[in-house]
Design a protein around this ligand. Structure first.
Ligand code: SF4
Ligand code: SF4
Length: 506
């Protein structure tokens, strides 16, 4: 499908198979393989500054994504005096995750799973509709690389100045620019690493502890790890991460079809390409003036005119660059545009094309997104305010009483998941004739209220005996249900268990 050109060994030099001379395909392939070295060194990409609507959207998303990441831990959320007042926080010590009004317990980790599933289906849907929109606009690698490139541009200048600087022999001016750039990159990387650990503790406390050298070893390790990875990936690896390390470009093709919008060169309009002299006719030639500004703008250094390529992250910067040229030469914009393979083929043949947004795959992905959202919404709405766990006594499994009755012992663990003190009553069902008593020095009445505080990890353990007259036990075992009711009589939690007795005599 995609072939690396023998003529150009740059990592970005990938051309569509159709662009390879088809005269003798076997010989051509052999020549290409022989010509390709095992390792191709990186050819540095120097993207030029562009302006236009796609660049504008990218700046906006960059500001939103970075703003959310850096500032979210500082947002406060009042949960009462006993709980953390940080809006979004993973409290490892308290074993809770907080997301505004939602509090997730360790045993509810399926909510996180649900969120990940939702994100995956959402990504499938966006890819089926708009191609690699995620890669070009919201992927952390793209966002931080964009930020690092903006800093680089600010310090070293635009494309031409940076290329010149690269070629310059070492000197004080070059050294100063390089040092300033790397210092700025390291500062951003350290802020990124620092912001990460703020999600795992109270942000103001964590920040003070980090500066005073009082934070945990783990916190320093994670700050260091995130600083190093941000600096290396966004500063040095850049497009190479997308091209060589990220698995997503490899399998995102499975989510796309010929109606997915991707950044495309409209060859039917652009060819035959060539330089154009102002004032001469456009008759018999295409709109592409072969200015290569689309390549100069590309952060991965590819030529979009070679067709869809693995390296293309769908950022649309080549669209802005080309539109600027089209405006200058007086041709309509949109020579490079978000388009579909089906539209390109149809227009090349002079046919009309209408984009079908609702297709089998988009309907399926949208259905999966809605179903996951509905399931998570229902799970959240029906979320219990308490939890009841039941541990059956194992030694002895049961006790036969002098009156022939059978007694089983259980330990009930009552967990109050609310942020206020609660009182509950225990209830037994499913075993007609059985009587439950709470163990409290002497057998206490079963309807003794169980109070559980609101502090973190407050669990009340209650030992109970369940006694059944011998004649009521039909077999060796029977099911039994323990339930927890709040003061209004509403059942808030339940747990099924078994009641064991002696083997019936034949
Ligand atoms: S070809 Fe265009 S859309 Fe693709 S990565 Fe380069 S600039 Fe972005
Ligand atoms: S920017 Fe537009 S006109 Fe210039 S080479 Fe690219 S496609 Fe052709």
């Amino acid at each position: 499908m995609f072939t690396r050109s023998a003529a150009d060994s740059s990592p970005g030099a990938v051309v569509n198979q159709s662009a390879v001379e088809p005269r003798d395909e076997a010989v051509s392939t052999r020549v290409q393989r022989a010509a390709l070295p095992l390792y191709v060194g990186r050819i540095k990409v120097h993207p030029k500054r562009v302006s236009g609507p796609y660049r504008g959207v990218k700046w906006l998303l960059l500001a939103v994504c970075l703003g959310v990441y850096y500032l979210l831990p500082w947002l406060r959320w009042d949960r009462g005096e006993r709980l953390p007042d940080q809006a979004v926080m993973i409290d490892l010590d308290g074993r809770r995750a907080y997301f505004f009004f939602i509090e997730i317990w360790p045993q509810e980790v399926y909510y996180i799973t649900g969120l990940l599933i939702l994100a995956a289906f959402g990504l499938f849907l966006a890819t089926a509709l708009f191609g690699r929109l995620w890669c070009g606009y919201a992927c952390p690698q793209t966002v931080w690389t964009d930020l690092f490139m903006a800093v680089e541009r600010l310090i070293e200048g635009d494309r031409a100045a940076r290329i010149r600087l690269d070629k310059e022999s070492p000197g004080a001016a070059k050294l100063a620019k390089r040092a300033a750039k790397h210092a700025a990159w390291l500062a951003i990387a350290a802020m990124t690493g620092g912001a990460w650990v703020m999600y795992f503790g109270d942000a103001p406390t964590m920040l003070a502890a980090l500066f005073k050298g009082e934070a945990s070893v783990e916190a320093y390790v994670f700050v260091g790890l995130f600083t190093a990875t941000t600096y290396l990936l966004a500063g040095w690896a850049r497009e190479q991460l997308c091209t060589y390390m990220c698995p997503w470009p490899r399998f995102q093709a499975a989510m796309q079809d010929e109606h997915s919008l991707t950044v495309s060169y409209r060859a039917w309009r652009g060819e035959p390409r060539g330089a154009h002299k102002a004032g001469t006719s456009w008759e018999g030639r295409g709109d592409c003036v072969d200015c290569k500004q689309c390549i100069a703008a590309c952060p991965t250094g590819i030529d979009i005119r070679d067709g869809q390529q693995l390296e293309c992250i769908g950022c649309g910067l080549c669209i802005d660059a080309c539109d600027e040229i089209m405006a200058k030469v007086g041709r309509p914009r949109g020579l490079v545009a978000f388009d579909t393979l089906a539209a390109l083929a149809a227009r090349a043949q002079g046919r009309k094309y209408r984009l079908p947004l609702v297709r089998a795959r988009t309907a399926l992905y949208a259905g999966l997104v809605l179903a996951t959202m509905a399931a998570m919404g229902v799970a959240l709405a029906l979320r219990s305010e308490a939890e009841l766990n039941v541990l059956r006594d194992r030694t002895p499994l049961f006790v036969t009483l002098s009156d022939g009755g059978v007694r089983n012992g259980y330990t009930l663990k009552v967990i109050n998941k609310t942020q206020a003190d609660r009182t509950y009553r225990l209830e037994l069902s499913g075993l007609p004739g059985a009587r439950m008593s709470v163990v409290g020095g002497e057998d206490a009445p079963a309807d003794r209220p169980v109070s559980v505080g609101a502090r973190l990890d407050s669990v009340e353990s209650v030992r109970v005996f369940v006694t059944l007259p011998g004649e009521r036990l039909a077999g060796e075992s029977a099911s039994v249900r323990f339930a927890l009711r709040d003061v209004r009589g509403r059942q808030v939690a339940a747990h099924d268990s078994v009641f064991l007795g002696p083997r019936p005599r034949p």
